[in-house]
Design a protein around this ligand. Structure first.
Ligand code: HEC
Length: 140
């Protein structure tokens, strides 16, 4: 009887020790696991995108001079078409298409390559902005 209880005690002790060890070893791993990381990555990516769109808004209404032809609310003018949701003249309205137009311009029209002499960073920013407004996910 005494032997038996000694055995179960040592078994119990081992079990507790093992669980404690498991808890200590696994806990940091669990804490750093997917959900927390994914949430942070998601929040970061949203913040980056919002910054990109915000920067593009400045390019559109400033250095890029886009507003002068496309209108301050991207509504279009007598000179140039709207950049809000519409049947695009030069493609499907995708991010890639908008970027291509701003990069190369449309031959024989007032739409020149790199309007306002914008650089590659500004080109990316203004593309993100136009795309976001045309999709209704950002205000002009
Ligand atoms: C001097 C006037 C002018 C300026 C400045 C200008 N655009 Fe344009 N843009 C045009 C015209 C005109 C067109 C239409 C070309 C055509 O007939 O296909 C056009 C077309 C576009 C298109 C394609 C629209 C479609 O339906 O296919 C995009 C995108 C665009 N412009 C973006 C911009 C951006 C972004 C800027 C600023 C960086 C800018 N434009 C500056 C005159 C201008």
């Amino acid at each position: 009887m005494a032997d038996h209880s000694a055995l179960s005690f040592s078994f119990l002790r081992r079990l507790v020790a093992t669980s404690l060890l498991a808890a200590v070893v696994l806990a940091p791993g669990l804490a750093a696991q997917q959900p927390a990381d994914t949430n942070k990555a998601f929040r970061d990516s949203v913040a980056v995108r919002l910054k990109l769109i915000e920067a593009g808004r400045h390019v559109f209404h400033g250095e890029g001079t886009c507003f002068a032809c496309h209108g301050p609310n991207l509504e279009g003018t007598a000179i140039a078409p709207t950049l809000r949701a519409h049947k695009w003249r030069n493609g499907d309205g995708s991010l890639a298409m908008i970027m291509r137009i701003v990069r190369t311009g449309v031959p024989n029209t007032a739409m020149i390559s790199h309007p306002g002499g914008i650089n590659e960073d500004e080109l990316l920013q203004v593309t993100a902005y136009v795309w976001a407004v045309s999709r209704g996910v950002a205000k002009p």
